[in-house]
Design a protein around this ligand. Structure first.
Ligand code: SF4
Length: 143
């Protein structure tokens, strides 16, 4: 996660993955693709889970406005298996506000239900509680 984001509407960025596949013409000027072409170690089409920054919102004590996943699409299918872990972190960080942008809004509902199931399977109680409320129509205040 980067703090003091250059983006005016966020004070930090947090990436659970890096990489994405394009959805439509609007992806033509994708920031992540442009940046990846400048850094040869990344393959922009490969969605790769982050390592050292994955849990970083837990370490950020100051309430922050967090741009969640500036280098991927949070609802990309390749994140389906571990999105519940990101929700577990979000649920443990009520001091932050998570701004999640997506070009895959049609996947949100399915992803919430899927994450709830995986949270239950993995005994992730914070995520389970938050996601149960969410799928019942009560979205968390910090997302
Ligand atoms: S969905 Fe977003 S991150 Fe993915 S290619 Fe399009 S603009 Fe880039």
């Amino acid at each position: 996660m980067a703090t003091n984001s250059k983006i005016q509407w966020a004070t930090a960025t947090w990436n659970v993955a890096r990489g994405c596949t394009k959805v439509d013409e609007d992806c033509k000027y994708c920031y992540m693709y442009r940046e990846s072409f400048n850094e040869t170690r990344y393959q922009p089409k490969e969605v790769v889970r982050t390592k050292s920054v994955f849990n970083l919102p837990l370490r950020l004590k100051e309430p922050s406005l967090i741009f969640t996943s500036s280098l991927t699409d949070f609802f990309h299918p390749d994140i389906d298996t571990y999105r519940w872990e990101a929700f577990q972190i979000i649920a443990q960080c009520p001091q932050h506000t998570f701004q999640i942008l997506t070009k895959r809004p049609e996947r949100i509902w399915k992803c919430l239900q899927q994450a709830l199931k995986l949270a239950i399977d993995n005994n992730a109680v914070f995520a389970e509680l938050m996601l149960r409320h969410w799928v019942n129509g009560n979205a968390p205040k910090n997302v």
